[in-house]
Design a protein around this ligand. Structure first.
Ligand code: MSP
Length: 697
């Protein structure tokens, strides 16, 4: 019986369409799953969608849709995303499926029968966006994770005795250093639990879109208990079918739950407590990764800064996307996405380095050896350069595998590319094309040695990087005449396995270089593809102390921008990765380039508080919610608007101006208004409803 490996992605909320952030987690998990399969493990990759909760119910209502149709449509989009990025998932779970509902209800019953559920009254704050109970906060308090106002709820609920697990959890974390990774997240979780755990409300009675509590259908089960259970219901927990029960026995506990850093608490505190209460084993590792940022901000629909995976796949192919994300982002940390960097990596690493190594090596074998792999000569002495390549390739097998095992994808790829670089250099220095021209007897043997060395190194790198770039590596493997790469066992990889006389397949270029028009195409596709989904989703945010943007009372820059006078970009705070709109054209006198314009970050904000500034007739102090935080601004609009007129109003603010002080108050941004000659400033507004945090461009 082979060893098993059960790996899960988070299940994605269906109140927004999939974007690169979601694709990232799925690609990381797929890379791991493919690699585990190549190591001979019986691997199960699970992904799916999280479809219940009041926010989904409200999103469907806002769209005038039946929630069932609504979730079907968006779940299909997530499935298409998983297929599009080449994910080899073994199951796509939907929390609205009958099997999942049955499993969740079974778990609820077990928790109740084991004495961990009781009924009580809950009055407190709830964040609808994060499905988070916010204890010890007053009415209207912002959610500690996303900063949006919480709603006061007062209900009779079922409670889970989370407080009973404080010591047990801490002991478990202490004894299992690998349970929460990376270390920073582990420390955060431990200090959170040390701070004390309160019992958790696990049912809601004021809406219907959820799984009914067994024997009390007026309540639906808390969406996080529902969602987390997917990891067991998907593989058969709660099923009455024998083979499904066996599947559960076989795969549970999971080897790895991969999650984004904002949902650590749910996975590392609530989930293990539920499992302990149900006498089920805990997953081996919960690994939290960082975020993909676009223009310095978390990519999310509400921030209006999403890029879709399809756009990149359409223009550069799926492997370009997979390679870029794993190579560019240091796993566990946040990383920026930009089209420029993507195309840069594509051309340098994939087209120039890997693609070029494959095409020059294979086409020389075609040309000089009729398409059959030559063998290193036994008669002509090997050079130090030949040996160095062999040694480096052998070392790389070890090192690369170690780095992949440790989820250090970027370094693992760097290590593989080290060999690619060395072999390209070896080819240039050993000039096989010149050796082929020589007439001496020994030249042919020498040529055989050089091309064998290059081809064998190419084979080794191709096997190592296959889990990351499955499509192109499969093609190169076939061109090497080796058949189906998925049948190859990575744990047996070593130098010298490429056999003499192997007949190459058809040799074709795998990564043709692209030019700047690729960037234009991707921008154009993004513009076309931003079909709006009615959603109450807005800015999603960090839940951990480190990642959380401070909810500060920031103040805006004083002032009012003048219509017709573009605000001067604040270079120091301008986003570094503003996408380029294509080849740089000369900018005529008196004009600015699109890149300059994109440095100005204008966002929709909502005024939460407003008051006159003492001793300044023209100034108002405002607190404006801009999606990611509540900002303090000081604006010179007191002669035109009273504080009461402004509260609740949506405004446009320039969000990335350097702060300045006005009447001793710090102003963090500028309100955009039309300035009428001799008249009062008039604030900008929208005819349609726009979400707070949306970017103007
Ligand atoms: N439904 C919950 C998870 C329940 S799991 C039992 C949820 N869904 S989500 O759709 O909001 O986010 C799911 C995951 O998508 C995140 O944990 C993260 O893995 C990924 N990402 C979404 N946006 C992201 C970025 N901008 N960057 C990287 N990954 C992010 O939370």
């Amino acid at each position: 019986m082979s060893e098993k490996f059960y790996i899960t992605t988070p299940i994605y909320y269906v109140n927004a369409r999939p974007h690169l952030g979601h694709a990232y987690t799925t690609i990381v998990c797929d890379t791991i799953a493919r690699r585990q399969r190549m190591l001979g493990k019986d691997t199960f990759l699970l992904t799916g969608t999280d479809e219940h909760g009041v926010n989904v119910e409200r999103a469907a209502q806002a769209a005038g849709r039946d929630p069932n149709d609504y979730v079907d449509e968006i779940a299909a989009a997530f499935k298409a995303m998983a297929d599009g990025v080449g994910a080899t998932y073994d199951k796509f779970i939907r929390t609205t499926s009958a099997e999942h509902k049955r499993g969740v209800q079974a778990l609820f019953r077990v928790l109740r029968d084991n004495g961990f559920i009781y009924k009580g009254a809950y009055t407190g704050q709830y964040c609808v966006h994060d499905n988070l109970y916010v204890d010890s906060a007053g009415p209207g308090a912002p959610c500690p994770t996303c900063g949006r106002p919480t709603e006061t709820i007062s209900e009779e609920n079922y409670f889970f005795k989370l407080s009973a697990f404080e010591d047990q959890l801490l002991k478990y974390y202490q004894e299992h250093a690998d349970f929460i990774r990376p270390e920073t997240r582990r420390n955060e979780v431990m200090s959170f639990v040390r701070g004390g755990l309160r019992d958790l409300s696990i049912s809601r009675s004021t809406f219907k879109w959820g799984i009914p509590v067994p024997d009390d259908p007026g309540h639906v089960i808390y969406v996080w208990l529902d969602a987390l259970s997917n990891y067991i219901t998907a593989i058969g927990y709660g099923s009455d079918k024998k083979e499904e029960q066996q599947q559960f026995e076989k795969y549970w506990p999971a080897e790895l739950h991969m999650i984004g850093k904002e949902i650590v608490r749910f996975h590392c505190v609530y989930w293990p407590a539920f499992l302990l209460a149900a006498n089920l084993p805990l997953p081996k590792t919960i690994m939290a990764h960082g975020w993909i940022l676009f223009e310095q901000d978390k990519m999310s629909k509400s921030r209006g800064n999403i890029v879709r995976a399809e756009t990149i796949i359409d223009v550069l192919g799926v492997d370009a996307l997979r390679y870029f994300l794993l190579r560019e982002i240091v796993f566990g940390h946040d990383g920026s996405f930009s089209f420029d960097a993507l195309v840069g990596r594509f051309n340098s690493d994939l087209a120039n380095d890997y693609g070029n190594l494959a095409s020059r090596t294979l086409s020389m074998i075609q040309r000089y050896f009729r398409g059959e792999v030559p063998y290193p000569s036994a008669t002509v002495a090997r050079t130090a350069a030949d040996n160095a390549i062999q040694e480096e390739a052998a070392r790389t097998i070890e090192e690369c595998q170690r780095l992949f095992d440790d989820y250090q994808f970027s370094r693992a790829l760097e290590c593989a590319w080290g060999v690619i670089g060395a072999v390209n250099k070896y080819i240039v220095e050993n000039e096989p094309w010149a050796v082929a021209e020589r007439q001496e007897e020994e030249s042919r043997s020498r040529l055989g040695t050089i091309l064998y060395t290059a081809a064998e190194a190419l084979r080794i790198v191709t096997a190592l990087v296959h889990p990351v770039i499955p499509e192109s590596s499969s093609r190169i493997w076939k061109q090497l005449g080796l058949g189906d790469i998925n049948k190859f066992r990575l744990d047996q990889l070593k130098w010298g396995q490429l056999e003499l006389g192997t007949k190459l397949g058809k040799v074709e270029p795998v990564f043709p270089r692209v030019d700047k028009t690729a960037i234009e195409k991707m921008h154009a596709l993004e513009q076309q593809g931003r079909a709006p989904v009615v959603s109450i989703e807005s800015k999603k945010p960090p839940s951990t102390a480190e990642a959380r943007p401070p909810v500060e009372l920031a103040m805006g820059q004083n002032g009012v921008s003048k219509a017709g006078q573009p605000a001067k970009p604040a270079a120091a705070s301008a986003p570094a990765a503003a996408p380029s709109a294509g080849p740089a054209a000369a900018v005529p006198e008196g004009k600015i380039s699109i890149d300059d314009f994109l440095k100005v970050e204008m966002r929709v904000g909502q005024v939460k508080a407003a008051e006159k500034v003492k001793g300044a007739d023209r100034l108002l102090r405002l607190e404006v919610d801009i999606g990611t935080e509540v900002r303090q601004l000081v604006a010179g609009i007191a002669e035109a608007y009273t504080p009461e007129q402004l509260i609740g109003r949506k405004v446009v603010i320039v969000a990335n101006l350097a702060p300045r002080k006005l009447k001793g108050l710090e102003s963090n941004g500028m309100i955009v208004a039309a300035s009428v000659e001799g008249g009062k400033p008039v604030l900008t507004g929208f005819l349609e409803d726009v979400p707070v945090g949306a970017k103007l461009k």
